[in-house]
Design a protein around this ligand. Structure first.
Ligand code: GUN
Length: 288
């Protein structure tokens, strides 16, 4: 039987509606409009699209967005100065530095320079530490989108064997930590696999929930999936045939119980969760 396709776009629209309503209530009470500053350095076409979509979503949710666009030759010092200015700007509540950054800039230094209260990506070590300790201020957008997709579709997480393929700071590591935490949306038994894992197909086949964020087009094939498993595809790969995920969608949909499409799966949820974090940031920085 073919898998149920999990519609991330529709779910994201609902979450965006919820955030828009809360943002309107917050603005009505406080007179403050949440504002996201997006920093784009260089001319990476994918980053341009992501940033534009993030800004559009902010505006549709009744929030402000400002774009700081800078040439690829920007120096690290110039970028750190810009972050310092945005940190001090009381009208800016969230700061998003779109990755990747040009080679001359040390990403770690830049992410560490963002005020943790404005860190809507949850990339600052203070916020990562809080997530590990299960007392989050912000949840990272893509992992939070994955978790919401599971929770809102009533897919059992507690006690399930979740296998995460990929160990990035943006997706693999945080999603593994979040799903193994005690409490709602957690309590999973988590295995993390990566490019050096031995017997990879054997381990992937043990997953009740398989989360794939390895950045390789069509990497997960039908023989790597347990019949009936839930498969979440976080990959976005540009190929000659267009955008594809890390999962061989056509083959895996014949085996999986549930499957996310690319595009229209996790991607839209990432943006919805960014809006949620921007509103949280505005609340944290507003008295009363
Ligand atoms: N580049 C790829 N994914 C992300 C993300 O979630 N946030 C930022 N800032 N950059 C990214």
């Amino acid at each position: 039987m073919a898998a149920t396709i999990l519609d991330g776009k529709a779910m994201a629209a609902r979450i965006r509606g919820e955030v828009a309503k809360e943002a309107a209530e917050f603005s009505g009470k406080t007179g403050v409009t949440p504002c996201l500053a997006a920093v784009l350095v260089g001319e990476n076409p994918a980053s341009e699209v992501y940033v534009r979509n993030k800004q559009k979503a902010c505006e549709l949710a009744g929030m402000k967005s400002v774009l700081e666009r800078h040439p690829a030759e920007m120096t690290e010092t110039q970028l750190l100065d810009l972050i310092d200015r945005l940190n001090r700007d009381r009208a800016v509540h969230g700061i998003l530095v779109q990755l990747p950054l040009p080679k001359q800039i040390d990403e770690t230094r830049v992410l560490e320079a963002v005020n943790p209260l404005k860190d809507v990506d949850a990339f600052h070590p203070e916020n990562v530490g809080r997530i590990v300790q299960n007392r989050p201020r912000f949840l990272p957008c893509t992992p939070h989108g994955v978790q919401q997709l599971l929770v809102r579709h009533n897919i059992p997480i507690a006690g399930a064997h979740v296998v995460v393929l990929g160990r990035s700071d943006i997706v693999g590591k945080p999603v593994a930590i979040m799903l193994m935490q005690r409490g709602q949306g957690g309590d999973a038994t988590v295995t993390v696999c990566h490019s050096r894992t031995k017997n990879l197909p054997d381990i992937l086949r043990q997953a009740d929930i398989l989360i794939v964020a390895i950045g390789k087009a069509n990497f997960v094939t039908a023989d790597m999936v347990k019949p009936g498993a839930t498969v979440i595809d976080v990959g976005i790969n540009r190929t000659e045939t267009g955008l594809v995920g890390d999962v061989d969608f056509d083959a895996v949909k014949e085996v999986a119980g549930m499957l996310t499409p690319v595009p229209g799966g996790v991607g839209p949820l990432t943006i919805a969760m960014l809006l949620r974090n921007t509103l949280t940031a505005a609340k944290l920085q507003t008295n009363g």
